[in-house]
Design a protein around this ligand. Sequence first.
Ligand SMILES: Cc1cc2nc3c(=O)[nH]c(=O)nc-3n(C[C@H](O)[C@H](O)[C@H](O)COP(=O)(O)OP(=O)(O)OC[C@H]3O[C@@H](n4cnc5c(N)ncnc54)[C@H](O)[C@@H]3O)c2cc1C
Ligand code: SF4
Ligand code: SF4
Length: 470
Amino acid sequence: MVGLEFDTREAELECFDDLEYYVIERGVCTGCGTCAGICPRIGFENDRPVMQDEYDPHCNSCTQFCPQFYVPFSRMEEMIFGAVRNDRYLGYVDRVVSARANSDAIRGVSQDGGVTTTLTKYLLESGAVEGVIMAGVSESEPLKPVPIVATTGDDVVSAAGSRYSICPVVMGLREAFEKGIKKIAIVGTPCQVQGIRKVELFSEDRYPFEIKAVIGIFCFENFLYDEFFKSFIEKELGIELGEINSVRIRNNSFELHKNGEIESIPLKTAFKHVNIPCTLCRDFSAELSDISIGAIGAKTDWNAVIIRSERGRRLFDELVEKNLVTLASDAVDLERIKRLARRKKAHVERTSAETTEFLTHFGTAEDKVKIYELLIALHGPRLETISEATEMDDSVIRDALESLKERSWIRETMDKTTNTPRYIPEKPETVINNEVKKLNSKLKIAKKKAISELNSSYTRRIQEKIEMQG
Ligand SMILES: Cc1cc2nc3c(=O)[nH]c(=O)nc-3n(C[C@H](O)[C@H](O)[C@H](O)COP(=O)(O)OP(=O)(O)OC[C@H]3O[C@@H](n4cnc5c(N)ncnc54)[C@H](O)[C@@H]3O)c2cc1C
Ligand code: SF4
Ligand code: SF4
């Protein structure tokens, strides 16, 4: 992109400024670490990205790969699986099985059945990859996950177990790059999987590594380490974090296990400290991974495993052939997994319906409001993309875009690379504040007119009555 000319306004609308405005300040950054993984100028503080340097406003990689900007799911599914989703709630599914590790040592340290640790250890020890990007454990802060690049089986085993707080896992890309590691696998939550897949599919060989396997873990929600673990659990409840060996979510409780004892926090209480962007997340099962691994739907200490892609299927079959994992004889309770995945999607759909309804109060038809919302999600798309995403007639879209332009909800700009127009949404606060102002002044005029009309008719009626009585 270097060498292209941008006007000042466009430069302001590209790169980290946009990430800051649309994602970080709006409170929708999940802390996945993708932006910091692909840009050495971005660091991480308090679970959120920060610009540490002068930046290149023409680069735009962080907004391109951030999964909180558009994730074109159908297109990515076609690219990864050769077909779009065959399950509305779980994405593209080839096979679902229940399995667990055969190694006692792995089962002894892992969260559920140890399939994740077994799989990543195998990838490294078989030479299929040189490094696995994953969440390890902080050396200084108990129970805090930190991004690591595991290069040996022992590294992977020491990272076993779930740590329920935000970790910018994808940031590990930078360490892998600095160490010259070329063949990479990654283990991540669904948001992290979306970020790494965008890099894998859309970076056009910009980076000198190859992503060989994407392992997703189920995730319903996550927490902020400082707020939940430090302030609430340690300070408010007085539980020493350093004494806790593992954390489990079960029986509607957040269980803290320490040397045979269990401290339970009701999930309702824990949810008060949830990472807010997680309440907007729609992906439970890491729909874009090669293999997704979780616990729900399987027996205690076993894993539910969703095998999705061709490379995922090959990899899992190798684990079975090499006797590294055992398949359970009973089937996975697929309905339980789907129920949870459905709950996650339904919640967001409800929020979106409320917002859409609110915007129609300004007298804009629902289809136009939906196009405005889409422009925000797609971050200034071209007509072709809008048409693909909405499946509406181009003439209907053009009318809607004209009317949104007239109302100053959007503006048109020329994409200098492709020489085609892009439609940029104006900032939601500006749009809403302008509409509220317009509505208020319309209401004021209408109120004045209505009061004077009704008053004159009211006094006329009273006068007529007096005259009739007289
Ligand atoms: C925040 C979070 C929420 C989850 N919610 C659910 C749920 O609702 N339902 C469900 O069935 N399963 C959930 N899981 C997945 C579950 O806890 C297990 O990770 C999964 O069953 C795999 O088990 P395992 O025995 O194979 O894992 P292990 O072999 O013990 O491996 C665990 C893997 O998880 C990685 N990891 C640990 N902490 C994090 C983190 N904070 N971010 C990213 N990666 C991490 C480690 O690097 C390791 O690779 C959640 C996991 C996390 C981290
Ligand atoms: S890429 Fe991830 S960490 Fe970076 S801004 Fe987007 S959501 Fe946040
Ligand atoms: S709930 Fe969604 S956004 Fe939150 S950590 Fe899990 S995958 Fe990421």
